[in-house]
Design a protein around this ligand. Structure first.
Ligand code: HEC
Length: 121
């Protein structure tokens, strides 16, 4: 793809604080396509499914393009390839922007201590 065409396609997305809506679009993709089913609701990673949250957007986009072409890092890549193939360049940009913006908390840190729950159970 020619770079100038790519830029023209992406430019409106980045204009005037639109990066917020790019992230919103990415979040919708992440939820509606069921990415969270393997990578976790916050992209925190589950067992063999890699963590995505907080990774640089450029890295995530590059990995998605590689997976789209069938090249992965693990024997489980076949599970991921169809999802990568389903994403177009715009969706890759959106979902990468969203995931890179997600905080690095892990679910254990969010657990509510017993004493605060006290009496509820
Ligand atoms: C059925 C389980 C599954 C689903 C659903 C899934 N993935 Fe994956 N994903 C994987 C596996 C397994 C890998 C590791 C692939 C490899 O071998 O490199 C992976 C890798 C990735 C990577 C590369 C991470 C890295 O550090 O190399 C990205 C980015 C990614 N997935 C994004 C997504 C997005 C976005 C969606 C939804 C559109 C999605 N995944 C849905 C299983 C899944």
């Amino acid at each position: 793809m020619r770079v100038d065409i790519l830029l023209l396609t992406l430019l409106p997305l980045f204009a005037n604080g639109a990066s917020e809506s790019l992230k919103d679009a990415g979040e919708k993709i992440y939820i509606s396509m069921g990415c969270y089913g393997c990578h976790g609701v916050s992209g925190e990673g589950v067992n063999d499914f890699p963590r995505l949250a907080g990774r640089p957007a450029g890295y995530l986009a590059e990995r998605l393009r590689e997976l789209k072409m069938g090249s992965g890092h693990t024997p489980k890549k076949e599970m991921m390839v169809p999802y990568a193939k389903a994403l177009d360049e715009r969706q890759i940009a959106a979902v990468s922007a969203f995931l890179s913006s997600v905080g690095s908390h892990n679910p254990e840190e969010l657990e509510v201590p017993e004493d605060i729950l006290g009496g509820i159970n």
